[in-house]
Design a protein around this ligand. Structure first.
Ligand code: GLA
Length: 416
C-alpha cells in the first residue's frame, strides 16, 4: 500500500527562517519580528461555544508564522508563499465588513481583519503593517487554520503597537489575551464572514503546553486540565479527511440560528441555561423536530464536556479514566452525527474504522461538514490504525486523508 500522508509540524526555527526569508524577498527589508500561533483540536465540547457551554481544546504543534513590520501609512500589505509574487493589499481607511464596499476577500481577510477589529475595539493604530505568512496548519482541515492566522497577526500587531495585551509566553497576560480573542473573533465574523464562536481563537491564544484548556463560554473563564498522553502510552491521532469544508456557506449559521430560535422559545438567553435534568421538559416544549435534535445535542454535549473535565482531573489517562473518556468521545460523535447532523460520510468512516481498530474513543473535531476527526490510540498502533483508515478511504473512493499527531502545545507568542 502507498505510504501514508503524515503532516509534520514545522519547527520554530524553520518557521522563523522561512517566513523571514519570504518577508525579505517580497518587501526588500528585514521584518521587525516574527510571531506564531497554533491551530487546535477540540477534545470535546462541539457547537457548545456559541451556546455558552464548555469546550476542551488543546493547541497543536502545527502553527502559523507571521513576520511583521510597521509601515509609514495606513496600508496593509500581506503575502504568503502561495501568492506567486508581490503581495495583496488592504487600506485601513477603506476596509469594512463583508458586503460593504471595503470588503476584503480570501485569506487576507483574516490578517487585515484583525487590524480593523483592533480599531473597532478602540485600539487606534498609528500605522498599517507589512505582513508575511508561513503556515503549516492544514487549510480547511477543521483545525483552526484561520484562527491561527488571526492570532499570529494579533500578537504581532499587539506588540509592535505596544498595546501589551498578550504578554510573553513565560508570562502571558490572560485577561489581555481574552480581549484579543474577542478582537480576532470579530475579524472572523465581520470581515471574513464566518459566524463562529470563540473556541478556536481561545485555543490559539489561551492554551498551554502539556495540558488541555477547559473553556467556559458563559463567562470566558478558563482553567488547565491534565492531558498527559505520553505517560499513558497514548497518541492522539488526527485524521484530516480532506473532505471539502467551509464555515461561511450557511450550514454552520443555520445550526446557530436553530439554537437561538430554540433558546428564545424556551425563554432562556442561551441553551447552557437548560440543565440536563430539565432537558426532557424542554424537548417537550419545542414543537419543531429539528430544534429538538439540535437542543438535545447541545445540552448533552455540555454535560459530556463537564464530565470529561471532571474525570481527567481525577488521575492519569488510563484504566477507568480512559474508558470514560472513550465513552464520552464516542457519544459526542454519535450526537453530532444523529442530532446535530454536522458529520459527513468521510468523518463517519474515519471514526468507525478507528473504533473498529481498537481506538479508545474517536470523534469528529471542530465545526464538521468535512474537516478532521480524532482518535485516542495506543502509541505503538498509530500507524496501523492510520493505514486502515487510509485503505477504507481508498475503497470508498474518498480523497486520500492526511494524518497528524496532536500533542498539547504552546499558545501564540513571539519567536524572533
Ligand atoms: C468551528 C467554530 C467554533 C466552534 C466549532 C464547533 O470550529 O469556529 O467557534 O463553534 O466549530 O465546536
Amino acid at each position: 500500500m502507498a505510504s501514508l500522508n503524515w503532516l509534520e509540524p514545522v519547527s520554530v526555527e524553520d518557521g522563523v527562517k522561512a517566513v523571514s526569508a519570504l518577508f525579505e524577498e517580497r518587501y526588500g527589508y528585514v521584518p521587525q519580528g516574527v510571531w506564531c500561533a497554533p491551530g487546535r483540536v477540540n477534545l470535546i465540547g462541539e457547537h457548545t461555544d456559541y451556546n455558552g457551554g464548555m469546550c476542551l481544546p488543546i493547541a497543536l504543534p502545527h502553527r502559523a508564522f507571521v513576520a511583521a513590520a510597521k509601515r509609514a501609512d495606513r496600508k496593509m500589505r500581506m503575502t504568503d508563499r502561495f501568492v506567486e509574487e508581490g503581495w495583496e493589499e488592504a487600506d485601513l481607511d477603506v476596509m469594512g465588513p463583508v458586503g460593504s464596499p471595503g470588503e476584503v476577500k480570501g485569506w487576507t481577510a483574516y490578517l487585515a481583519g484583525v487590524a480593523w477589529a483592533l480599531e473597532q475595539h478602540g485600539f487606534a493604530l498609528s500605522s498599517g503593517y507589512d505582513l508575511a505568512l508561513y503556515s503549516c496548519v492544514p487549510r480547511g482541515g477543521g483545525l483552526s487554520s484561520s484562527a491561527a492566522l488571526e492570532c499570529a497577526t494579533a500578537v504581532a500587531i499587539d506588540e509592535l503597537s505596544e498595546f501589551a495585551m498578550a504578554g510573553s509566553l513565560e508570562s502571558p497576560n490572560d485577561s489581555g489575551r481574552a480581549r484579543l480573542v474577542e478582537i480576532c473573533k470579530m475579524a472572523e465574523n465581520e470581515i471574513a464572514g464566518a459566524p463562529t464562536g470563540g473556541l478556536d481563537q481561545s485555543a490559539s491564544l489561551r492554551c498551554a503546553e502539556g495540558a488541555a484548556l477547559a473553556l467556559d463560554c458563559r463567562d470566558n473563564s478558563t482553567s488547565l486540565v491534565p492531558f498527559d498522553l505520553s505517560t499513558a502510552g497514548l497518541e492522539l491521532l488526527v485524521i484530516d479527511t480532506r473532505a471539502p469544508h467551509s464555515l461561511n456557506d450557511g450550514q454552520y449559521k443555520s445550526r446557530r440560528d436553530a439554537c437561538e430560535a430554540a433558546a428564545a422559545k424556551l425563554g432562556v438567553s442561551q441553551l447552557v441555561d437548560i440543565l440536563p435534568e430539565n432537558l426532557s421538559q424542554a424537548l417537550e416544549d419545542l414543537d419543531d423536530a429539528e430544534q429538538v435534535r439540535r437542543v438535545r445535542h447541545v445540552v448533552t454535549e455540555i454535560e459530556r464536556t463537564r464530565e470529561a473535565i471532571e474525570v481527567l482531573r481525577t488521575g492519569a489517562l488510563q484504566g477507568e479514566v480512559l474508558s470514560k473518556i472513550a465513552e464520552l468521545f464516542n457519544a459526542s460523535h454519535d450526537s453530532l452525527r444523529d442530532d446535530y447532523e454536522v458529520t459527513c460520510p468521510e468523518l463517519d468512516l474515519a471514526v468507525d474504522v478507528a473504533r473498529a481498530s481498537g481506538s479508545h474513543g474517536a470523534r469528529m473535531t471542530g465545526g464538521g461538514f468535512g474537516g478532521s476527526a480524532i482518535a485516542l490510540v495506543e502509541a505503538g498502533r498509530v500507524n496501523e490504525v492510520a493505514a486502515k483508515i487510509a485503505q477504507a478511504f481508498a475503497e470508498a473512493g474518498f480523497n486520500e486523508p492526511a494524518f497528524l499527531k496532536a500533542v498539547p502545545s504552546a499558545p501564540a507568542h513571539r519567536v524572533r
